[in-house]
Design a protein around this ligand. Structure first.
Ligand code: DGY
Length: 323
């Protein structure tokens, strides 16, 4: 192991720009996946940092006795055991803010695609059906006049909400506690929010507390015109309950960028015309992913140079002990 350059482990794939920058700056070691059994004795003592696409279990951290920092590519870090990292004094960082606008823009696109069935309309044209069969069927739903409820109103949620203000829509939200300086109607329960709106935008982190909180009861409360848009994490929505609600007309539609078992999407969802599906692409433009890649590397650089991470997660607000 290099004496002067911190050793950074990459378990699995990494964004090419992040990899190139890290290779210039650090002693980079790659293994096939986030699997503690792949850790050799020299890695076990030598690794000081990990760069990851949201997968670092406690077992991998525990195989690395001198691990100081886990730099996660993505604002969501549900695949990194941050609680365990906190207990061991390891800082976890993520990539907030640089993706807010991209994810918010995608959420608006997904919402409109869902309501107006634009992907199916384009397919109709491409398949020659406009010529053969005439106009594409009118969309049963429209954005106009919708009451939109946000489940989660963090930085990305607020960016989506600001865009929807310009559409002249009523906006409400549910979070654990009321947000200061936010004028939208607050509901202290998710059920209360679902009863008050017809469009639910899910943008909460995927945690044990949020898992399956969008369930059959919430979908029922949204009602027959109800639409669910999920750009947060798949596990927040009970996919089985969602499919049943769509099939039985309990709600009218759904737009999903995230799924419970990515990259696997249930056939039953794909079969439904009132659903718009994306393969987890909300932040996936070259420009935004480059910014995220830079933040992954800049967090590592800052940690080893100044002893402070740029964007640590709330569970690990640590500075580097003096050495
Ligand atoms: C994130 O940043 O968490 C997005 O879901 C992209 O992975």
């Amino acid at each position: 192991m290099s004496q002067d350059r911190p050793v950074i482990l990459i378990p699995g794939k990494m964004h090419p720009r992040a990899l190139e920058r890290m290779t210039d700056l650090f002693d980079v070691r790659q293994i096939d996946g986030a699997d503690a059994s792949l850790i050799t004795p020299d890695l076990a003592t030598g690794v000081a940092g990990i760069a990851t696409f949201n997968k670092v279990p406690a077992s991998l951290m525990d195989a690395l006795e001198n691990l100081e920092i886990v730099s996660n590519f993505g604002v969501g870090y549900d695949g990194v055991d941050a609680g365990h990292a906190a207990g061991r004094g390891i800082v976890v960082t993520h990539t907030p803010d640089v993706l807010n606008d991209e994810v918010a823009d995608t959420a608006i696109g997904l919402l409109i695609n869902t309501l107006r069935r634009l992907p199916a309309a384009e397919q109709w044209l491409r398949d020659g059906r406009w010529v053969e069969d005439g106009p594409f069927p009118l969309s049963p739903l429209s954005l106009s006049g919708r009451k939109v409820g946000f489940y989660g109103l963090g930085r990305i949620g607020q960016a989506i909400a600001r865009r929807l203000e310009d559409f002249g829509l009523e906006i409400a939200y549910h979070t654990r506690s009321r947000r200061d300086g936010v004028a939208y109607a607050y509901h202290d329960t998710l059920l209360g929010l679902a009863q008050a709106v017809d469009t639910l935008i899910v943008i909460v982190p995927g945690t044990a507390e949020t898992r399956h909180t969008v369930n059959a009861e919430i979908l029922q409360a949204l009602g027959a015109d109800g639409v669910v848009i999920n750009v947060g994490r798949g596990i927040t929505v009970d996919e089985t309950a969602l499919i049943a609600a769509l099939e039985q007309g309990v709600i009218a539609g759904a737009g999903l960028d995230v799924f419970e078992r990515e990259p696997h999407v249930p056939e039953a969802l794909m079969a439904l015309p009132q659903v718009s599906l994306l393969p987890h692409v909300a932040s996936a433009s070259v420009a935004t992913r480059n910014k995220m890649a830079d933040l992954v590397v800049d967090n590592l650089v800052s940690w080893f140079k100044t002893g402070k991470a740029l964007t640590p997660v709330s569970e690990t607000p640590f500075t580097r002990p003096a050495r």
